[in-house]
Design a protein. Structure first.
Length: 457
């Protein structure tokens, strides 16, 4: 009897440990994928998010393809293919927001470590290089780089057009220059002087109520921070530095480490700060958005960074979402301890339980075991419901997936209700069902064996 009680207590202890490990330490990320260096704009009621695509497993050596996520409500995001075809196989980092000028749209990504200018007829692309042939060679395409001459190295372009129509380009290392009307020729390159002298990248520039704001990063990894200064004269200054010039920093209480390279965007008088977070370390980061507030004198209030998100910024009518009561899977990847880089307080463990695929958080995910040859995820709606459609957000969606989707009323007999054998690059993968089922089951046949989110309507 005593042994039985002790065994039961030991089992309870294991269950408690497992439950503790199943906490999502990554909160409510902006989109269901790993992205960093986000640039967000609002155009005609649609939000566009251009970013570095993380999660490809080779650190600074690689990236995902050029991908623009779109949303009409700031909650439900989607993408289809890539927006810069000739750059799809290149190391594609830190694109600027798309800028409207000359009846076109311009974007300024860092490709293979150099800045380029590209143009398109729409903010969705397809974009092509402004100068030279629309192709890339290593170390750089000589005719096409934004910087010309002997020193062409530069990263993290931010472009701003003032009220008088003059354009400016900012980039890492506190650099700023005028951008000619052709949106590709630089003039009057200047280095801005800031209070903080450490290495800097990821500049953010915007204007509000006649005041110009220049934000710049220092540090990196868990110690990424944003500081700022402001000018009432021009993008070249002179600048004034407020007594408290810190915009964002690690917040242990909120579980946020290294809020770094992102953007500031506005929806009318409401301003928002998007930032990457240390995430799963290296280039396995996610992006979050918080509100940005200002004092009466125009100074920026330090952002209380959280992973809670800002919710819907627009009301959009849509079908009613059906909430699953439980999710089960063919296997579950074992929990993984996240290695910290510079701050030992950043101790996280990522679990990969099926419940994370139906929590609506975007920051957590179900992952199948590495040796699972037929990975399946099943959701139970509790009773038979009429289902209009299914939306699946797979892990590493920019690499593409193929799958089979099935429905069942009893969990025994299954009917195919969605399938494609070819690998398709999008998120979410949407299937129209229009049938009554209690259970849905997806079998991933190609692509990374995991799901960020599964929504059913």
């Amino acid at each position: 009897m005593k042994k039985t009680i002790l065994a039961a207590l030991a089992l309870c202890q294991c269950l408690c440990i497992a439950n503790a490990q199943d906490v999502n330490p990554f909160g409510k990320a902006l989109v269901p994928d790993m992205i960093a260096d986000a640039s967000i704009i609002l155009v005609d009621g649609t939000f566009y998010c251009y970013a570095t695509i993380d999660g490809y497993g080779r650190g600074l050596e690689t990236s995902g393809p050029p991908t623009v996520w779109k949303s009409t409500d700031f909650v439900h995001w989607s993408f289809e293919g890539n927006y810069f075809p000739s750059a799809a196989e290149q190391k594609y980092w830190a694109p600027s927001k798309a800028i409207a000028a000359n009846g076109k749209w311009y974007i300024y990504p860092t490709i293979n470590g150099h800045m380029y200018a590209a143009e398109a007829e729409s903010p969705e692309g397809p974009f092509k290089l402004v100068r030279g042939a629309d192709k890339f060679v290593l170390p750089y395409s000589e005719e096409s780089t934004l910087l010309q001459g002997e020193n062409r190295y530069g990263i993290d372009t931010e472009v701003f057009i003032d009220d008088d129509g003059r354009a400016y380009a900012f980039w890492g290392g506190r650099q700023v220059a005028r951008l000619a009307p052709d949106m590709v020729t630089l003039d009057s390159i200047t280095t801005l002087t800031t209070r903080r002298k450490e290495y800097s990248e990821g500049p953010i520039f915007f204007k509000r109520n006649g005041i110009y704001y220049y934000m710049y990063t220092i540090g990196g990894d868990e110690r990424y921070e944003y500081y700022y200064m402001m000018s009432r004269v021009s993008p070249f200054g002179p600048y004034e530095v407020p007594a408290d010039d810190l915009v964002s920093t690690t917040d242990i209480e909120m579980g946020v480490f290294g809020p770094g390279h992102g953007c500031v965007f506005n929806d009318g008088d409401d301003y928002y700060f998007a930032f990457l977070e240390f995430g799963r370390n290296s280039t396995n980061r996610q992006t979050y958005v918080n509100r940005m507030e200002f004092n009466e004198d125009g100074t920026i209030r330090r952002v209380k960074v959280t992973m809670d998100g800002v919710g819907a910024l627009r009301k959009v009518k849509g079908p009613k979402e059906l909430k699953p009561v439980v999710a089960t899977a063919s296997s579950v990847l074992v929990p993984k301890a996240i290695r910290y880089f510079k701050d030992e307080r950043c101790r996280r463990t990522e679990s990969h339980v099926p419940a994370f695929a139906i929590d609506g958080a975007n920051g957590s995910r179900w992952m199948a075991a590495a040796d699972d040859a037929l990975p399946q995820l099943t959701i139970d709606l509790g009773k038979c419901r009429r289902i209009r459609k299914s939306e699946l957000c797979f892990v590493r969606p920019t690499a593409g997936h193929a799958y089979v989707l099935e429905g069942s009323t009893d969990g025994v007999t299954w009917y195919t209700c969605g399938v494609h054998a070819d690998v398709q690059k999008r998120s979410p993968h949407t299937d129209t069902i229009r049938a009554r089922y209690r259970y849905l089951r997806v079998t991933i046949t190609q692509g990374v064996k995991g799901v960020w989110e599964w929504r059913v309507y």
